[in-house]
Structure formats: structure tokens, C-alpha cells
Design a protein around this ligand. Structure first.
Ligand code: NAP
Length: 255
């Protein structure tokens, strides 16, 4: 199926590693132009070397001024912005007991503010192109995880913002959807797993509870949904939360 994404300019936050990288590669495969907003300079530069169609902006997404500058630079360079994938995030384990009000606020801010900043600064250009936004959330927003209040609250806020922006942007025909991964093997996931005494055993336990195939979702499987949602093949879908997780959240895990 042709997704009609050829030459579409799409910003991908956290596009240099993990799920964001898979999304950027999928966009390349669809002949779109991914713009990677990421702080990992080495990974970003490697990506552009491998895929010269892409662009890399080194940006600390926690700095809203830097978000603004990078969005403006993108538009100046390419003349348009047709898609935004808000993807960067960090499960920072700021819990209720093992945390503090200050750390909670910071975690919430670090995991949501740049979603808002990028959408806010991209909006004038998305209005011109009648573009689309995809927000990456997490199953943690639905299920909880324990010991990660800031991240859980942020991902819940991202689901709410998806609905809120979908409504606000109806008059501009800008569609806004969210994708909820559960267990996806990425550098972030690997470092989280290493926090357990026996990471191999923990991985085995997790995989055994994933209903479809007792395996993790691949980053490519998340990317497939994201590019589909970005495309005009999805032209009457907005405000949706799409779980791409082998049935992890919605099927009976006692089976
Ligand atoms: P990842 O492997 O850590 O990749 C994220 C990328 O974003 C990295 O390049 C990281 O740079 C960059 N980044 C993070 N914060 C940034 C910031 N403030 N400024 C600039 N760049 C920043 O993460 P992932 O596992 O692919 O996760 C991507 C998204 O999926 C996140 O929103 C995460 O919450 C969500 N998710 C993932 C899973 C999973 O199983 N992996 C499950 C549910 C939800 P550095 O490498 O330099 O930090």
C-alpha cells in the first residue's frame, strides 16, 4: 500500500535511537523526510550518514526555547512541516515512596512539556499543511507499573492531550492520535532491565506474560502503526489511543 508520504517532512523527537529510530527508518522507506530531534549527537549523525534524505537537529527537548528554534530551523530549511511524532521519553522511576514532590514535578515536566512545546511551535506549519500528530504514550498510563509516579502521570497526561488536541484541531483538519507500546526492546528498555538483580530471568518472565507470541513488540511494529496514523490512509481517525502490544493491556494475561 502506498501511504502517500513521499517527500513529507516529519519531525521525530528522540528519533536517533530505539522506537524513534525505527519510526525514522520507516519514514525513509516511505520516501518521507524524517527530521530527528535528539540529544544523542553521535547517533543522530550516524543516522544522517546512513540515510542522507534525513536531517538531524541536536536539541535538548527539555529546553522549550531550543524546541522553538529547531522547529523554526526545520521550516526554514525544508519550507514545510507535515507531521510531528512526539516520542522522546524516559521512565525515571520517581515513585511515591522513593521520590519527592520536587522530583515528581521534574519528571512530569521532562516527560510532557516538550510534547506540548513541539506541538505548539509546529502548529502554524501543521495548519498550512493539514498535517498530523502522533504522540507516543505507554501502557503504564493504563496499567500503572509501581515506583514510577512521574512517568505514569506524564503518559496519562499525554493520552489526555491527544484527545484535547484532537478536539481543538478539528477545524484545522489536523488529526492527533496516540500509540501505546508496552514491552519493546530498545536501549532504554535494556537499561531499565539491568536495574533488576537477574535481568535475563526478568525478561523471560515479562515475555511469558505477553499474550500474542510470548514475545516483545519490535520497534518496527510500533513504527508501522505510527506511519500509518501519519498517512492519509488514516484520514478519518483522530483522538485514538492505539495499543500495539500483542494484547498485553486488553487481553486476559491469566490465560
Ligand atoms: P530510547 O531507547 O531511550 O530512545 C529515546 C531517544 O530519545 C534517545 O536517543 C534519547 O537520547 C532521546 N531523548 C530522550 N530524552 C530527550 C531529551 N530530553 N532531549 C533530547 N533527546 C532526548 O527510548 P525508547 O525505548 O525508544 O522510548 C521511546 C518512547 O516510547 C518513550 O516515550 C517511551 O516512554 C515510550 N515507551 C517505550 C517502551 C519500551 O518498551 N521501550 C514502552 C512504553 C513506552 P539519549 O539516548 O541521549 O538519552
Amino acid at each position: 500500500m502506498d501511504l502517500h508520504l513521499k517527500d513529507k517532512v516529519v519531525i521525530v523527537s528522540g528519533g536517533a535511537n530505539g522506537i524513534g529510530k525505527a519510526i525514522s527508518i520507516q519514514l525513509i522507506e516511505e520516501k518521507a523526510i524524517p527530521i530527528l530531534f535528539d540529544k544523542d549527537e553521535a547517533a543522530g549523525k550516524r543516522f544522517v550518514k546512513q540515510f542522507p534524505r534525513s536531517h538531524f537537529m541536536e536539541v535538548d527537548l527539555n529546553d522549550s526555547f531550543a524546541c522553538r528554534k529547531s522547529v523554526e530551523k526545520t521550516e526554514k530549511k525544508l519550507g514545510r512541516i507535515e507531521g510531528l511524532v512526539n516520542n522522546a521519553g524516559f521512565n525515571d522511576a520517581i515513585g511515591l515512596e522513593k521520590g519527592s514532590p520536587q522530583k515528581f514535578t521534574q519528571s512530569l515536566n521532562n516527560n510532557t512539556a516538550h510534547y506540548y512545546s513541539l506541538a505548539h511551535y509546529c502548529l502554524p506549519f501543521l495548519k498550512q499543511s493539514m498535517g498530523s500528530i502522533v504522540n507516543i504514550a505507554s501502557k503504564v498510563a493504563i496499567t500503572g507499573q509501581g515506583n514510577t509516579s512521574g512517568y505514569a502521570a506524564a503518559k496519562g497526561a499525554i493520552l489526555s492531550l491527544t484527545r484535547e488536541w484532537a478536539v481543538e484541531l478539528l477545524p484545522s483538519s489536523i488529526r492527533v492520535n496516540a500509540v501505546l507500546p508496552a514491552e519493546v526492546w530498545t536501549p532504554l528498555y535494556e537499561s531499565w532491565l539491568k536495574s533488576f538483580p537477574d535481568p535475563k530471568e526478568k525478561k523471560r518472565q515479562i515475555e511469558s506474560r505477553i499474550p500474542l507470541g510470548n514475545r516483545m513488540t519490535t520497534a518496527e511494529e510500533i513504527a508501522n502503526m505510527v506511519v500509518f496514523l501519519l498517512s492519509d490512509r488514516c484520514s478519518h481517525v483522530t483522538g485514538q489511543w492505539m495499543s500495539v502490544d500483542g494484547g498485553y493491556v486488553h487481553l486476559d494475561r491469566a490465560i
